[in-house]
Design a protein around this ligand. Structure first.
Ligand SMILES: NC(=O)c1ccc[n+]([C@@H]2O[C@H](COP(=O)([O-])OP(=O)(O)OC[C@H]3O[C@@H](n4cnc5c(N)ncnc54)[C@H](OP(=O)(O)O)[C@@H]3O)[C@@H](O)[C@H]2O)c1
Length: 280
């Protein structure tokens, strides 16, 4: 498994139902190093390779598009190619940002990607790269708005932890009400991933796995303070999905259509958040 120090990687290990997991750190296996990827996979010959690594600092992808493509697309395609050739299941993750956010009903796995910024473009390209290189061995799992015990190091801490830190110094906060998402706990996600991977009906292709329900980041922030009993006034702000000149999808809620059809469901986002906060 790649990405053990990350939010999802950490919870995949914590919630491992009993698999023997080899999880090298980035200094041992950087997915951008294609030869090393091939050598390590050939040495280990695992039943599956799970890649949770990504270049997913969204603003940085705008200024460093080549690095974004190298990790999110070319490296993912290489991992898939190596796995496909050796007959190994390849599992990799993608994002709600492959969608454009024009609609108001949850996106299904077979909806057409229409990314708005370099990050989403590199991730959609990565999906195609995996599925083209190893169509019979690749599973792509799209998810959204992750928070987990390990915090997203690449983003300077996860959204929930940052709001809890804000509460130490702020009594009033502005939060975007323009983007509607499916915030997802990596504890819930990792359990669903293990269920999916051990399901006898697993077939290659794209899956969505997110906590149920939808909310704006403003509504999510209000819930964080409510459930933690913290007194912070949260004011909604509508930036029309813009971060400077970069566009973000206004609506990127995902429907877990395929997993649900296999009997795999995740809790509502509010329940995931309560569990994370240890709220009664
Ligand atoms: N976070 C979100 O809100 C969100 C939303 C939608 C989809 N996703 C996707 O879900 C997946 C898991 O996200 P996450 O939040 O768990 O990520 P994360 O916390 O940032 O963890 C990423 C992990 O990948 C490792 N990594 C990064 N670049 C690498 C490289 N070139 N080679 C090898 N390892 C590398 C990191 O190692 P270091 O510790 O050494 O950096 C870290 O262990 C990613 O594909 C992500 O894009 C995340």
């Amino acid at each position: 498994m790649i990405g053990k120090t990350g939010q999802l990687g950490g919870d995949l290990i914590r919630n491992n139902p009993g698999h023997d997991i080899f999880a090298p750190s980035r200094d041992v296996l950087d997915i951008g190093n294609h030869e090393r990827v091939e050598t390590i996979i050939a040495d280990q010959r695992p039943a599956a390779v799970i890649n949770t690594a990504a270049f997913h600092n969204v603003p940085l992808c705008e200024t460093e598009p080549l690095s974004a493509f190298q990790i999110n697309c070319v490296a993912v395609g290489n991992l898939a190619r190596v796995c496909g050739r050796m007959g190994i299941l390849f599992v990799t993750f993608s994002t709600d940002y492959v969608f454009g956010g024009e609609r108001r009903t949850p996106y299904r796995e077979d909806d057409c990607p229409e990314p708005l910024q370099m990050y989403g473009i590199s991730r959609a390209a990565g999906e195609f790269a995996a599925l083209a290189a190893a169509p019979r061995h690749s599973v792509v799992i799209r998810t959204c708005g992750l928070y987990g015990r390990s915090g997203a190091g690449s983003k300077g801490g996860n959204f929930v932890d940052k709001r809890l830190t804000d509460a130490k110094t702020c009594t009033r906060l502005e939060m975007g009400c323009d983007q509607v998402v499916s915030p997802t706990s990596t504890d819930d996600l990792s359990k669903a991933v293990w269920q999916l991977l051990s399901h006898p009906g697993l077939t290659p292709g794209i899956y969505h796995l997110v906590n149920e329900g939808e909310c704006s980041w403003y509504q999510f922030t209000k819930a964080i303070y409510e459930l933690s009993g913290l007194q912070v006034e949260v004011a909604p702000v509508d930036r029309g999905g813009m971060s400077g000149e970069m566009r973000r999808p206004l609506y990127s809620v995902l429907a877990n259509t395929r997993a649900r059809g296999m009997g795999i469901t995740l809790p509502h986002w509010r329940d995931g958040l309560m569990q994370y906060l240890g709220a009664p």
